[in-house]
Design a protein around this ligand. Structure first.
Ligand SMILES: [Zn+2]
Length: 439
């Protein structure tokens, strides 16, 4: 929640409520004995000044985490942090003298949460901002708040609610070079179980700010995580974010208007398959691939299907009830040390065998019609394929393919198969697929 009051900005964060509400232990501090009453002391690092009543070793570890995160986020936004970020990190309010913190900070800490209070002076083309973090001594909350503080001091704002809170949540989970979903288990559980799930339009709706909850933070994080990591959208997401932080005339609608339906589809798909280890980069849909109906002369349509990816375009638009002959040559692996298998998954006839080639159809509106991008994207149920066979689809539409594996276990897959598909009734038969036997 953010409210503006006579030149002051309050960025109020509820992320810590998650920990309270779910009573989930926070791994690092959970096993430690409760610290004895300790007078607050000051700890400095390159970019932070922390006042805290946690023991020195804990304070040092916290500073290291904050510096690492700051390096990652300032690298992402392409701006060096401006000024020292001052933080009050509180284990026990009883250790602090009256008046050590403003009432707004104390109130949030008492709730088990955090807040970033910022004061700024602006002229026509310059600003000076000082953001101070008040937070409980947890792991995630100070990191979340420090993202807000960096944005305030460096750019002069934190951006619209969905972006501010989505990116601050990302700050908690950011690990260098790691694109896996690694969010809080409570966030994951909420997204997996929620029915119906929050739509992209609801997340972006600026009228839905009142009565904010940690659940809203979870959905905003998911949208930011998708846009920051999906290769279809990430190149535009960074400059959009910088523009939002600088309060320039940019918007989600202007940046993504033409592909908003695709983002909405990929966002829903992400929410429906999310798990620890899920990779939105590997599961991105390739929208630029051209699709065609298999030629009447029987010439095959060819595509490559990688094991380490989600649904991939075959290039073929199919007509329901028409028999198509297909082959899939080559082998792939569904784990680093797994035996390479062919597109039958190494076990003919077994359903859900890892390594089995499977298909899905993105429905087109009418048989033979061009794909209508203005219509919502609708998927058939997935169906098994193999090394070769005849496919008689029950749905019109575009054929997508993938190597069957758990959605959060694609990263360690390797290999690819060469897929060919033609009208079964005409032309020469497809050659028998090569490398049909596992090595
Ligand atoms: Zn926040």
């Amino acid at each position: 929640m953010r409210t503006r009051k006579t030149g002051r900005r309050f960025v109020v964060c509820l992320s810590a409520l998650l920990l309270v509400a779910l009573a989930l232990p926070w791994p690092v501090f959970a096993a430690e004995p409760v610290a004895a009453a300790r007078k607050p002391a000051d700890f400095r690092s390159q970019n932070f000044l922390v006042h805290t009543d946690v023991p020195p070793a804990e304070a040092k570890a916290l500073l290291e985490r904050l510096e690492t995160m700051l390096k990652l986020i300032s690298g992402y936004w392409g701006r060096k942090p401006s000024g020292i970020i001052e933080c009050y990190i509180v284990r026990d309010l009883a250790n602090w003298p009256d008046g050590a913190m403003p009432a707004g900070g104390v109130a949030k800490i008492r709730e088990g949460a955090g807040v970033t209070i910022s004061e700024s002076l602006r002229s026509a083309n310059a600003f000076v901002a000082k953001a101070t973090v008040y937070s409980v001594a947890d792991i995630g909350v100070p990191q979340h708040e420090a993202v807000h503080a960096y944005c305030q001091q460096t750019f002069g704002s934190v951006g619209p609610l969905w972006y501010a809170e989505g990116m601050a949540e990302m700050g908690q989970y950011w690990r260098e070079g790691n694109l896996e979903v690694s969010c809080h288990p409570g966030v994951l559980d909420h997204i997996q179980k929620a029915q119906p799930k929050r739509t992209m339009r609801e997340i972006l709706d600026t009228n839905r700010q009142a009565g904010d909850t940690w659940e809203n933070y979870a959905w905003r994080w998911a949208l930011c995580h998708l846009l920051a990591n999906n290769p279809n959208y990430k190149a535009q997401f960074r400059p959009l974010g910088v523009g939002l932080l600088l309060e320039q005339a940019v918007s989600f609608e202007e940046t993504y208007g033409a592909v908003a339906d695709q983002i909405s589809f990929e966002y829903d798909f992400f929410l429906n398959h999310i798990d620890l280890g899920y990779r939105v980069d590997l599961c991105a849909w390739e929208w630029t691939r051209k699709f065609a109906t298999p030629p009447p002369g029987g010439t095959p349509i060819a595509s490559k299907v990688k094991a380490a990816a989600g649904w991939q375009p075959s290039g073929a638009t199919l007509t329901a009830g028409t028999p198509y002959a297909y082959t899939a040559s080559g082998t792939w692996q569904t784990a680093k040390d797994a035996k390479p298998v062919a597109a039958d998954g190494g076990d003919k006839g077994k359903k859900n065998a890892p390594g089995r080639l499977i298909g899905i159809i993105m429905r087109a509106s009418e048989p033979g019609q061009r794909f209508d991008i203005s219509k919502p994207f609708e998927l058939s149920a997935p169906f098994d394929l193999s090394e070769q066979g005849t496919l008689i689809p029950t749905t019109h539409g575009r054929l997508f393919l993938r190597c069957f594996d758990q959605w959060n276990e694609l990263a360690d897959n390797s290999g690819a198969v060469a897929f060919k598909l033609k009208l079964a009734a005409v032309g020469d038969p497809l050659p028998t697929p090569t490398a049909t036997k596992p090595r």
